[in-house]
Write a protein that binds this ligand. Sequence first.
Ligand SMILES: [Zn+2]
Length: 63
Amino acid sequence: MAKKKIYCPKCGSVNCTCHRKGLNWKLGCLGFLLFNIFGLFLARIGHNRLICRCNNCGKKWEM
Ligand SMILES: [Zn+2]
Protein backbone atom coordinates (compact mmCIF):
# COMPACT_ATOMS: atom_id res chain seq x y z
CA MET A 1 0.00 0.00 0.00
CA ALA A 2 1.47 3.30 -1.06
CA LYS A 3 1.55 6.01 1.53
CA LYS A 4 0.27 9.35 0.35
CA LYS A 5 1.38 12.61 1.81
CA ILE A 6 -1.43 14.23 3.67
CA TYR A 7 -1.69 17.95 3.90
CA CYS A 8 -3.83 20.00 6.16
CA PRO A 9 -6.49 21.71 4.02
CA LYS A 10 -6.38 24.74 6.28
CA CYS A 11 -2.73 25.54 6.84
CA GLY A 12 -0.99 23.13 4.43
CA SER A 13 1.08 21.49 7.15
CA VAL A 14 2.14 17.85 6.73
CA ASN A 15 2.25 17.45 10.48
CA CYS A 16 -1.00 15.49 10.61
CA THR A 17 -2.10 12.30 12.30
CA CYS A 18 -4.69 10.03 10.66
CA HIS A 19 -6.52 6.95 11.72
CA ARG A 20 -9.07 4.74 10.05
CA LYS A 21 -12.53 4.46 11.45
CA GLY A 22 -13.61 0.91 12.21
CA LEU A 23 -16.98 -0.68 11.84
CA ASN A 24 -19.73 0.92 13.82
CA TRP A 25 -20.84 -2.16 15.76
CA LYS A 26 -23.20 -0.30 18.06
CA LEU A 27 -25.16 0.96 15.09
CA GLY A 28 -24.87 -2.45 13.42
CA CYS A 29 -26.37 -4.27 16.40
CA LEU A 30 -29.18 -1.78 16.65
CA GLY A 31 -29.82 -2.11 12.93
CA PHE A 32 -29.81 -5.89 13.22
CA LEU A 33 -32.46 -5.76 15.94
CA LEU A 34 -34.63 -3.43 13.91
CA PHE A 35 -34.10 -4.60 10.34
CA ASN A 36 -32.42 -8.00 10.70
CA ILE A 37 -29.77 -8.65 8.06
CA PHE A 38 -30.33 -5.31 6.34
CA GLY A 39 -29.47 -3.57 9.56
CA LEU A 40 -25.95 -4.92 9.35
CA PHE A 41 -25.35 -2.49 6.54
CA LEU A 42 -25.76 0.25 9.09
CA ALA A 43 -22.52 -0.94 10.63
CA ARG A 44 -20.77 0.08 7.46
CA ILE A 45 -21.79 3.70 7.83
CA GLY A 46 -18.64 5.65 8.34
CA HIS A 47 -16.49 2.59 7.73
CA ASN A 48 -13.18 2.96 5.93
CA ARG A 49 -13.08 6.68 6.36
CA LEU A 50 -9.84 8.26 7.28
CA ILE A 51 -10.03 10.77 10.07
CA CYS A 52 -7.17 13.23 10.06
CA ARG A 53 -6.14 15.85 12.51
CA CYS A 54 -3.64 18.60 11.99
CA ASN A 55 -1.06 18.90 14.77
CA ASN A 56 -0.27 22.40 13.67
CA CYS A 57 -3.63 24.17 13.72
CA GLY A 58 -5.87 21.44 15.17
CA LYS A 59 -8.16 21.13 12.16
CA LYS A 60 -9.98 17.82 11.77
CA TRP A 61 -11.21 16.46 8.48
CA GLU A 62 -12.33 13.25 6.81
CA MET A 63 -10.88 11.68 3.71
ZN1 LIG B 1 -3.46 22.75 9.86
